[in-house]
Write a protein that binds this ligand. Structure first.
Ligand SMILES: O=C(O)[C@@H](CO)OP(=O)(O)O
Length: 336
């Protein structure tokens, strides 16, 4: 066999029923890899989250068994070791989008934008409820904006997750912050879900409307003008960002940082904001600048997409666990 054993697992892939096939594994494995040849850990993130028991990486297929991982060079492997087109399973990954729960300025009907305000009690409850809806969908990585209302939402939602992994914020603001937040236990590390915070996912910057009451602003400038500031695609509010400007940075971040993770098979949750998520949905659903105008997102309602063969398939909002069709959207991703 042309396969070369390069990595050895330092954990065990628990009761995997995928038999080494490429594709989403119904079980969560707990495995990381150590280089046999070089004698040090090469890629902790390789199967982090364990949602795939086999993974495509450039020209190699990495297969994990209970005791070892083997790297196959597809070019030199015999045909029996390569996957034929007919039974080749393509990798797919879940993408969950959640707009934060009600914030204290949503409650007061104030333009918020990039002002960093927390959730209300209702917002906290919405985030917990959102967590129940996605509790069966594997999450390997979380992205949030830099704002506390999105971060609170992500953290609260994850308290309901069936897997009980701990969302852990990655600090990269300085070398010291990174060094001081290191985890020194392999086991603990594997029970964590990295949370990446990015300002690019922030709410649109609302300029001189930030802190103003929405109704009072409509009374002063007229509802038409305020509607134009709030929902037009390319007209910015005074000294703020238009949706187009917000989309430029949010979608660029998504395509540069998040999409490659999905392509590598990681299941991702993004907790962000009305307008940064509208921008991303516009990209995912290929909406025109006219269509996005009427797109409204409720607070705390998760939306599921499946990323497959480079395409995003909209699956809607997973129902609450008490609803009979709980697995309708999530079947392929649900834990056994
Ligand atoms: O105030 C804001 O930041 C946003 C979201 O609450 O408002 P709008 O509904 O106008 O997009």
């Amino acid at each position: 066999m042309a396969a070369t054993t390069l990595y050895q697992s330092v954990g065990t892939l628990q009761s995997c029923r995928n038999n080494g096939n490429s594709g989403l594994c119904p079980d969560y494995g707990h495995v990381s890899f150590r280089s046999v040849s070089k004698g040090f850990k090469v890629d902790v993130g390789l199967l982090r989250g364990g949602s795939f028991c086999s993974r495509k990486r450039s020209t190699c297929v990495i297969q994990a068994s209970a005791s070892q991982a083997t790297v196959f060079d597809e070019a030199s492997a015999p045909s029996s070791a390569t996957t034929s087109d007919s039974n080749k399973k393509t990798s797919e990954a879940a993408l969950i989008l959640i707009r934060h729960g009600e914030s204290m300025w949503n409650e007061k009907n104030l333009f918020t934008g990039c002002v960093d305000v927390p959730l209300t009690t209702k917002g906290v409850e919405e985030a917990v409820e959102a967590g129940k809806r996605i509790s069966n969908i594997p999450v390997d990585m979380i992205y949030t904006s830099a704002l506390i209302r999105a971060q609170m939402t992500a953290m609260l939602a994850m308290t309901q997750h069936r897997r009980k992994k701990v969302p852990t914020i990655i600090h990269e603001e300085s070398e010291q912050a990174g060094a001081w937040s290191q985890i020194f236990s392999e086991d603990t590390n594997m029970q964590c879900i990295p949370v990446v915070t990015a300002w690019q996912l922030n709410e649109r910057m609302y300029g001189e409307l930030q802190g103003l009451n929405k109704q009072e602003t409509a009374d002063k400038y007229g509802s038409e003008q305020v509607h134009e500031w709030r929902r037009s695609y390319d007209i910015p509010p005074p000294n703020g960002e238009s949706l187009e400007m917000c989309a430029e940075r949010a979608v660029a971040y998504f395509t540069e940082h998040i999409e490659p993770q999905l392509a590598s098979g990681k299941n991702i949750m993004i907790a962000a904001h009305g307008n940064s998520l509208r921008s991303i949905i516009m990209y995912l659903d290929k909406l025109t600048s006219q269509e996005v105008i009427s797109l409204e997102l409720a607070t705390g309602i998760p939306m599921l997409y499946i990323f497959k063969e480079g395409r995003f398939i909209r699956r809607g909002s997973p129902p609450a666990p008490t609803e009979a069709t709980v697995y309708a959207y999530t079947k392929g991703f649900a834990f056994s």
